[in-house]
Design a protein around this ligand. Structure first.
Ligand code: NAD
Length: 465
């Protein structure tokens, strides 16, 4: 070990959790370093996750729209052609611009980027590329990594993870997506719009486990109309590349005879696991739970004094915005301030077309918890702006406490759902009732009026239906 440098905070991992924690700690006057082994800052989200997938989702939606939907608006386009190379170049530029943006923010906030693989070398010590650094506080924000299935090897050529699915050099004629979760539906949509015949195979008897069932069913209907095929209740037990493509074996979840399938490309989207490899956690005595996640208390403290963890590497939804909020709260607590995150109010968004968004409790959870609730639902079909946009699929559903009218959850499938949900998240943060939303003036004509009408529908008094 060579040089010795001391910091107030060393963050390991420069994804949304880590880089935000580093910036907030620096804003609060701490001397901060962030360790990152990738050549670019921003973690999975900026490099191979949220941001490149949104670039591909946006571009593929425009391509599909130009081919099939613009004519319905009286815009006739001919000779629409896919230039996949240019689409990928757009995506790559978006990634570079964003990751360079984080580099700029590090410089602006005087955060040292320690390049290389960080290892916890005991409380208050981190080693990176042969050098050792001291820190009062060490924050582990190493995120998560893709998981595969037994008998399936991801080669990122024919059997790809989300990473490989963002760099295919041609549109496959057929693609099987294993897993009808968020990644499966988003990237399945991209390649389906670009021309692949996409079949989504899901072990459960529904898509989007954990989301409100009614919304998931509606989303499945809409995605089916767009050309995605679903095979539910089927477990993929093997996927082997061969001379033609990939051969898969599927077993019915309920038991029975196995069936085979083939595809040019298989996308494995069956979840992610906490990434703790090579961090030296065992040697440092940091405790993990049964799923390999770092165990923390309500203040992100591990069992080893001075070592903290945030984001995908600890329990909770694996979402960039959850990690960011944890990074901010932890930095503020390290600066002697207080902080709190209401984990019930972390929105979830699936960036399909239309988008799917949720916050708070689902109907299934309220039933399981024995909480009496009222439902207000309103369809996009009955909203003038949605009609003007030819975006009439879906609905907003608000769940409110039967006794107090307090909003307990909101579930949306429909245009701009990811944007619309923000209003309800804020309302819920302030403990709003459905009537509070219903009596708030919403501009006309906007999609937000669907939310207002859903809130009115809780009291069975929507205007436009
Ligand atoms: P997921 O957990 O959302 O879905 C995985 C799906 O695979 C489940 O429905 C599961 O039942 C199914 N499955 C598991 N084994 C199977 C088998 N053998 N055969 C068939 N189906 C099987 O996981 P994901 O989509 O890989 O996403 C990983 C994580 O990344 C999630 O935590 C997600 O929230 C996050 N993510 C979020 C966004 C977003 O917020 N828009 C986008 C991408 C990823």
């Amino acid at each position: 070990m060579t040089s010795q440098t001391s910091y107030d905070v060393i963050v390991i991992g420069a994804g949304p959790g880590g880089y935000v924690a580093a910036i907030r700690a620096a804003q609060l006057g701490m001397k901060v370093a962030c360790v990152e082994k990738r050549d670019a800052l921003g973690g999975t989200c900026l490099n191979v996750g949220c941001i490149p997938s949104k670039a591909m989702l946006f571009a593929s939606e425009r391509y599909e729209g130009a081919q099939h939907h613009m004519k319905d608006l009286g815009v006739e386009v001919s000779g629409v052609k896919l230039n996949l190379k240019a689409m990928m170049a757009h995506k790559d530029k978006v990634v570079t611009d964003n990751t360079k943006g984080i580099e700029f923010l590090f410089k602006k906030n005087k955060i040292d980027w320690l390049k290389g693989e960080g290892k916890v070398a005991g409380a208050g010590k981190v080693s990176v590329a042969g050098a050792q650094y001291d820190a009062k506080h060490v924050i582990i924000a190493t995120g998560s990594d893709v998981i595969s299935l037994p008998n399936i090897t991801i080669d990122e050529k024919k059997v790809v993870s989300s990473t490989g699915a963002l760099t295919l050099d041609k549109v496959p004629a057929s693609m099987v997506v294993i897993g009808a979760g968020v990644i499966g539906l988003e990237l399945g949509s991209v390649w389906s719009r670009l021309g692949a015949k996409v079949t989504v195979v899901e072990y459960l008897d529904r898509i989007l486990p954990g989301m409100d069932l009614e919304v998931a069913k509606e989303a499945q209907k809409i995605l089916k109309k767009q050309g995605l095929e679903f095979k539910l209740g089927a477990k993929v037990t093997s996927a082997k590349p061969d001379s033609k493509g990939v051969s898969l074996t599927l077993e019915p979840a309920a038991g029975g005879a196995a069936e085979s399938m083939s595809a040019d490309i298989v996308l494995v989207a069956v979840g992610r696991k906490a990434y703790t490899e090579g961090l030296g956690l065992k040697e440092a005595g940091v405790a993990l739970d049964e799923r390999g996640r770092i165990i923390t208390d309500g203040h992100f403290k591990t069992n080893v004094a001075g070592i903290y963890a945030i984001g995908d590497v600890i329990a909770g939804p694996m979402l960039a915005h959850k990690a960011e909020d944890e990074g901010v709260v932890l930095a503020e607590m390290l600066a002697g301030q207080s902080g709190h995150i209401d984990y019930n109010l972390i929105p979830g968004v699936v960036y399909t077309a239309p988008e799917i968004a949720c916050v708070g409790k689902t109907e299934e959870q309220l039933k399981a918890d024995g909480i009496a609730y009222n439902v207000g639902k309103f369809p996009f079909m009955a909203n003038g702006r949605a009609r003007a946009m030819n975006a009439t699929d879906g609905f907003v559903k608000i769940l409110a406490c039967a006794k107090s009218d307090k909003v307990l959850g909101c579930h949306i499938v429909g245009a701009e759902a990811g944007t619309l949900i923000a209003e309800v998240v804020i309302a819920m943060e302030f403990g709003a009732s459905a009537e509070d939303i219903a009596r708030t003036c919403h501009a006309h004509p906007t999609l937000e009026e669907v939310t207002k009408e859903a809130a009115l529908a809780v009291a069975k008094r929507p205007i436009h239906i």
